[in-house]
Design a protein around this ligand. Sequence first.
Ligand SMILES: N[C@@H](CCC(=O)N[C@@H](CS)C(=O)NCC(=O)O)C(=O)O
Length: 227
Amino acid sequence: MQLLLYLLLGIACLPITGAVPTFYTSATCPYAQRTSFLLNILVVPHNTVLIDLKDKPASFLEVNPHGKVPSFKTDQNECLYESLLLNEYLCEMYSSNLLPSNPIVRFKIRLAQNNFETLMKTFFKVFVAEDGDLNELNSSLSTFNDSLTSGYICGDCLTLADVNCAPFFHRLIIGYKVKGYDVLGKWKNVKDWWERIEETTEWKNCRLEDDRVEEGLIRMKEMMIKK
Ligand SMILES: N[C@@H](CCC(=O)N[C@@H](CS)C(=O)NCC(=O)O)C(=O)O
């Protein structure tokens, strides 16, 4: 009995030798911020490596030859990337109810993300053009506002759709502000939804300062105009 106890306690004290996953991110990337937000919610033990995208280290390119963030090296040495796919993997791996197993709910989450991506494309188009037409964007935002009646993008609780859309919505709010418009003042459901996101500690812990978001948007605009 004593021997058994000793063995059990001894095993419990063995150092954990399994590798910890590594998350490759950059300071301002909204795609990587999706994954930061999710990793915070799921409390996944991991190492974080901040990549300078203008000077990518060889060690990062060895992990992901595409050189994109977010990238995630699993404890099995698999490199995963593409934020939407990576975040689905994380939800599945860590059994999160942010992506329920019900196929219809999963479909709705993916559809909402799809629609949101279309909205963001319109936003970027309007933001880059000096005389951008706001009508199309306003109509998409109105539809988005109507879809938020239950509190979150897919119903009455936070799902992966909210997590994946949040970093981009932050850019939209700031981009609108730069143009002199107040998105949150105009659409009530959107405002309430955004306040719910802003209240979460997990978002606060990966949120970028508004000034930095603005700088990033202006840089992006200059680059797009040059092209
Ligand atoms: N579709 C990708 C986009 C990721 C992406 O474009 N990340 C940018 C930073 S925001 C990047 O890594 N750029 C480096 C490069 O393209 O060389 C995703 O969803 O993860």
